[in-house]
Design a protein around this ligand. Structure first.
Ligand SMILES: Cc1cc2nc3c(=O)[nH]c(=O)nc-3n(C[C@H](O)[C@H](O)[C@H](O)COP(=O)(O)O)c2cc1C
Length: 388
């Protein structure tokens, strides 16, 4: 982490309310993303070296991605590439536009390098997001890296109607992203995590794959026009990869039940993990106060458990199902831990808040170094080497 960020920028940012500073940062990044020269300048400072990964039929320039929740409105699409990310997961987005839970709803546990949030899927809704993505696509600034979308359930949709709610978002957003993540693991929408139950999740995945099949055929046959030019679609004729994002609080048995759906529902992979509802032990009164807030915990204290989940998923599938590892990654060492536990790609959110804009470049460079020091020829050879 640069001295400049640690000593000057972060203390100034951390003196403000965390959601306020989040929104202001996104405004700045959104603006920068529209200024070609400034965006290039940003990329010349923070752009990461190439460390390509091929997965889901897509090419990722490097394995470090932006985790869901950071850019729920697709406010800063081109800026993430300039900050070095090898892919991004935008959203979570729900069918209905939502304002989310009342503020304050994002809290820093700075001594533990953690965050607690109970945002509650504040987002512009699937149609609003689709319009924003189409507008970015119409500029020349659409990133070269893969773009994923994180789908959540509208708060007002009852659990019995969840499959249709997810499917509506998926239908509208299908042409706009390279892969999709079904989020049934956020702790901040009442009862959402019950959708990790095998039967409920099966119904959602069945509905999504039905839409997926239909839209890929429509595209192939040229009837029914997607909202963006055919030439802009990376793989216009194929179904989109669908992944499931799981909570770190699930038992291994519950994870295994989800894995049973992978084959029948053609899952492309898993994202492990979302935030946790557990809290670390502490005697620090400031941390105790923050940890008494309701919501999901991310950052340092989540690292070990999310790695355990990655390792379990890798072992159970013998590496056959790709995993995106996320939770407490702050640099190359953490990213390497996730990769050797079984992750093919990694993501970060809280690490970016604490380490600043240089975090991605530092992580990718560190991974390159690790690879050079090992006898491995490519990053994919490192995946799962510490899992069995
Ligand atoms: C403020 C905030 C909002 C989030 N929103 C979402 C979301 O909408 N969908 C989702 O799947 N995960 C969401 N997450 C979880 C992150 O994507 C990630 O899984 C989690 O924070 C662990 O990674 P980290 O330790 O690098 O932050 C959110 C996290 C934070 C801190």
């Amino acid at each position: 982490m640069s001295w400049f960020y640690r000593k000057l920028v972060r203390p100034a940012l951390f003196s403000l309310d965390s959601e306020e500073i989040h929104n202001r940062t996104l405004d700045v990044l959104g603006w920068l993303g529209r200024q070609g020269v400034l965006c290039e300048a940003l990329a010349s400072f923070y752009g990461a070296p190439e460390l390509p990964v091929e997965l889901f039929g897509l090419t990722f320039p490097n394995p470090v991605g932006l985790a869901a929740g950071m850019d729920k409105q697709a406010a800063a699409v081109p800026a993430w590439e300039a900050l070095g990310f090898g892919f991004i997961e935008l959203g979570g987005v729900t069918w209905q536009p939502q304002s989310g839970n009342p503020a304050p709803r994002m809290f820093r546990a700075a001594a533990d390098e953690a965050l607690i949030n109970r945002m509650g899927f504040n987002n512009p809704g699937a149609e609003g997001l689709a319009a924003t993505l189409a507008a970015w696509r119409a500029t020349s600034r659409w990133p070269r890296h893969p773009v994923g979308l994180n789908l959540g359930k509208s708060k007002d949709a009852p659990l019995e109607a969840a499959a249709e709610d997810y499917a509506r978002s998926f239908r509208v957003l299908w042409p706009h992203a390279d892969f999709f993540v079904v989020n049934v693991s956020s702790p901040n929408t009442p009862n959402l995590r019950q959708l990790q139950d095998r039967v409920a999740l099966d119904e959602i995945l069945a509905a999504l794959q039905e839409v997926n099949r239909h839209l890929s055929v429509v595209n192939r046959e040229g009837s029914g026009v997607p909202a963006i030019p055919r030439s802009a679609l990376r793989a216009p004729h194929s179904a989109k990869p669908i992944l499931v994002k799981v909570a770190p609080d699930l038992s291994f048995e519950a994870l295994d039940e989800i894995l049973e759906l992978a084959g029948p529902r053609q899952l492309a992979g898993m994202v492990a993990t979302n935030t946790t509802i557990t809290r670390p032990e502490t005697n620090d009164p400031d941390l105790k106060r923050v940890y008494s807030e309701a919501g999901g915990l991310s950052g340092r204290p989540l690292r070990a458990r999310s790695t355990e989940v990655v390792r379990h998923l890798y072992r159970q599938t013998k590496g056959a199902l790709p995993i995106i590892g996320v939770g407490g990654i702050f640099g190359a060492e953490d990213a390497w831990e996730k990769i050797t536990a079984g992750a093919s790609l990694v993501q970060l959110y809280t690490g970016l808040v604490y380490r600043g804009p240089g975090a991605v470049k530092e992580t990718v460079k560190g991974l390159q170094r690790r690879l050079e020091e090992s006898s491995l020829g490519s990053l994919s050879e490192a995946v799962g080497t510490d899992a069995m």
